[in-house]
Design a binder for this molecule. Structure first.
Ligand code: HAM
Length: 424
């Protein structure tokens, strides 16, 4: 016998028990987005590699180490030139779609959201998957700090509506192209003499992309963060004013946050506001339930007219996990409300007909197996069904079933013609 084929490493099946928690989390996300006037979009899962490299930044872990690159298809020139990847995130695609679809021509800003799978070739571990689901929201076309606060309020409300409490909201501003260069120079000056003591990746980052030094999780690099210059001490007047505005709007909304000068968020497109929701129960490197920020330079980096934007992505897998394990709030999925249980052989046709009648008012499954009634009843109890419609050959002949309420145990004879009414 050949070895049974299993799923690829780092990806998983979301089976019914877990899917129920996903459904709750996704439903809450859609409701919350619509409540704030965000419109649903669907974007391709494959994108040109340049979109990601120029979007999230070629020097980020996401672009350098974690991209799933597709083999070029065919050898005609156009195909070979179109180097494609599986999308690792949604923001660059959202901005592309905003321009490509002409949404930049209508009333601004445009509020969009999407829910779907994303792919990162990361080291698989608990709550870090190679395929995962994000709830992503973006406001494109206006730089008012009030949109930053709105996105934070919306996403906070999403987590609250799912029942997740004690979330820590971490907040920072990482400046923009007018103040960040001076800050990065100060950061390089600080780190240069320490270079030999850093992890090899970080040694390179000192010159190439020093902000990424704060993303590093290597123990050997941690002691140096504390004394490093802080971006919030180097903000230009407009960035500082925008940051004050965001904070005062969050205060007005009654949202508590923790200022975290080391929060830089792993992707290069951010300007000004960055934020993240963390939850200690997730532990360690996977404690982030979601995060986002402003990206006023992203459209320009992708070759489109300079256009501001702000957004967020939440990890649906992680929120669903918390819902299922910490809150225990999701009822096991019910296979169907009604189970039709034929007791004799040769009743498939009659059982099918009874199923069709019941299905007009309730979800209904027919047990066509050749098991005993006892075995069928035992299985019925496990599915969470509310009623069993039981019938033997004689009853089928008379076009009646024994309708049993599986909660109370009450049972009565019901004619097929009256079944829908009895179940309604
Ligand atoms: P991100 O921080 O890279 O941001 O991802 C957002 C969330 O997706 C994380 O906080 C985490 O919950 C979840 N996530 C990321 N990677 C994994 C993984 N391997 N397994 C499970 N969950 C994961 C972004 O992607 C930005 N596009 C957010 C954004 C939108 N910024 C502005 N607009």
């Amino acid at each position: 016998m050949t070895t049974p084929i299993k799923a690829a490493r780092g990806v998983r099946d979301i089976l019914p028990a877990e899917r129920a928690a996903f459904a709750v989390v996704e439903h809450a996300a859609r409701e919350q987005a619509r409540r704030y006037g965000y419109q649903d979009v669907e974007l391709p899962v494959i994108e040109p590699v340049e979109l990601i490299e120029r979007g999230v930044g070629g020097d980020t872990d996401v672009a350098r180490k974690e991209l799933y690159r597709l083999e070029p298809h065919g050898d005609n020139d156009a195909d070979a030139a179109a180097r494609l990847v599986l999308r690792p995130e949604a923001t660059a695609s959202m901005v592309r779609a905003y321009f490509q679809g002409g949404l930049n021509q209508g009333p601004q800003p445009v509020r969009l959201f999407t829910i779907g799978p994303f792919f990162r070739h990361d080291k698989p571990q608990h709550l870090r998957y190679r395929q995962f689901v994000q709830f992503d929201v973006e406001v494109i076309g206006d730089d008012a700090p009030a949109y930053d606060a709105e996105v934070i309020e919306l996403t906070w409300g999403w987590l609250a509506s799912v029942g997740i409490e004690h979330v820590s909201l971490e907040l920072n501003s990482i400046g923009d192209e007018s103040c960040r260069p001076q800050y990065l120079a100060a950061l390089r000056d600080y780190y240069r003499p320490l270079k030999d003591r850093l992890h090899p990746d970080c040694q390179r980052r000192v010159e190439a992309n020093p902000l990424r030094l704060f993303d590093c999780k290597e123990p050997q690099c941690q002691p140096f963060k504390e004394a490093a210059p802080r971006i919030t001490d180097h903000l230009c007047a407009p960035c500082a004013a925008a940051f004050e505005e965001v904070k005062s709007l969050l205060d007005a909304a009654g949202l508590e946050y923790r200022l975290n000068p080391y929060l830089v968020r792993g992707l290069d497109y951010y300007t000004r506001t960055v934020f993240e929701y963390q939850h200690e129960s997730l532990g360690g490197a996977q404690n982030s339930l979601g995060g986002g920020g402003r990206y006023d330079g992203l459209a320009g980096a992708l070759g489109y007219p300079e256009t501001p934007g702000v957004g967020f992505a939440g990890g649906v897998d992680r929120v669903a996990f918390m819902l299922q394990h910490d809150l225990g709030a999701v009822a096991p999925p019910v296979v169907a409300d009604v189970l039709v249980l034929p007791m004799d052989d040769g009743l498939d046709r009659a059982a099918g007909q009874v199923g069709r009648l019941a299905r007009a008012v309730r979800s209904t499954a027919v047990d066509y197996s050749r098991r005993s009634l006892r075995a069928k009843m035992r299985a019925a109890d496990k599915t969470g069904a509310r009623w069993a419609a039981i019938m033997n050959a004689e009853e089928a002949e008379r076009r009646v079933v024994q309708l049993r309420d599986l909660t109370s145990g009450d049972q009565r004879e019901v004619a097929w013609d009256e079944l829908a009414e009895a179940l309604a």
